[in-house]
Design a protein. Structure first.
Length: 285
């Protein structure tokens, strides 16, 4: 592997098509404002590098990045690439990852409005993410000890497992399929509408109008905070510790909680309620 240390690359396609290159404390920056520095490259390793130009890693294979930074000017950094390993790094560019596969991110910080779109086979651990539409249309995802703040997170995601995470995100999990969330805090309005096969276990769920229009929804030993108008038109099996503010027009299944503030089975419902709704000490419906 060829090693380059301490150099600056301002030109367009500065290292185009390289195969086997180790960059140490290098920077991609300069008045030339070049783009696509490492496009079509293979077996690329970056240690302590700074990327401040556009489109640096497109159509690449086997990328390893450690202790490096992509600035907010490094937009669309990793597209159409595979076998990506990132550790101890800052990913601050717009649209950092798109249509990539086999991605590992550890101990890193992400601030990217459109992070990880249309990607697959993703493993992220011990990291933080800020973004407006993270993981849009992605699949086969594992998250562990991840803190996420955003909007419209995980829309149209399929096949995902989440453990020990903390999310503050509006409209999360819409239209998802086959998602399991364990030992996590999920805060935000309108959680998981139109999802299929969503399971939440030992989780805290906070926010208005959660879990509506869901199919095959399961909640196991979860807490619900400020959760009003819950489960409308959902097929649900829910075991809740503590109180639910209100339940509205579930379709079928069973909902059990320590207490339920209000059960709203309205005359204008489009579906007959065939759901059993119980407080822990008594059957309510």
């Amino acid at each position: 592997m060829k090693t380059i240390k301490g150099q600056t690359f301002p030109q367009e396609r500065a290292l185009y098509g390289e195969n086997g290159i180790h960059l140490i404390e290098c920077s991609f920056d300069g008045e030339e404002d070049g783009e696509s520095a490492l496009k079509e490259s293979k077996n690329v390793k970056l240690d302590g590098c700074v990327m401040n130009l556009r489109y640096p890693l497109w159509h690449d294979e086997n990328v390893e990045m450690n202790n490096s930074t992509m600035t907010d000017k490094c937009r669309a950094a990793l597209w159409y690439s595979s076998n990506i390993h990132i550790k101890d790094s800052n990913l601050f560019g717009i649209k950092v990852l798109r249509e990539c596969k086999n991605i590992e991110i550890y101990d890193s910080k992400v601030e990217s409005p459109e992070f990880c779109w249309k990607c697959r086979d993703i493993n992220i651990k011990d990291s933080s993410i800020v973004g407006e539409y993270p993981f849009f249309l992605s699949s086969n995802i594992k998250l562990k000890n991840v803190e996420l703040k955003g909007k419209y997170s995980f829309q149209y995601v399929e096949n995902m497992t989440i453990e020990d995470c903390r999310f503050d995100t509006k409209d999360a999990f819409w239209h998802t399929k086959n998602v399991t969330v364990k030992n996590s805090i999920v805060k935000g309005e309108y959680l998981a509408w139109y999802s299929e096969g969503l399971t939440l276990e030992n989780c805290v769920i906070q926010g208005t109008q959660p879990l509506c229009y869901c199919k095959d929804l399961k909640l196991i030993n979860c807490k619900m905070i400020d959760a009003d108008l819950s489960f409308e038109y959902s097929v649900v099996d829910a075991d809740i510790t503590g109180d639910i503010l209100s339940v509205k027009n579930p379709i079928s299944g069973k909902i059990v909680a320590d207490s339920i503030g209000e059960i709203m089975l309205t005359d204008d419902s489009l579906y007959k309620c065939e759901c059993t709704i119980e407080e822990r000490s008594k059957k309510v419906n």
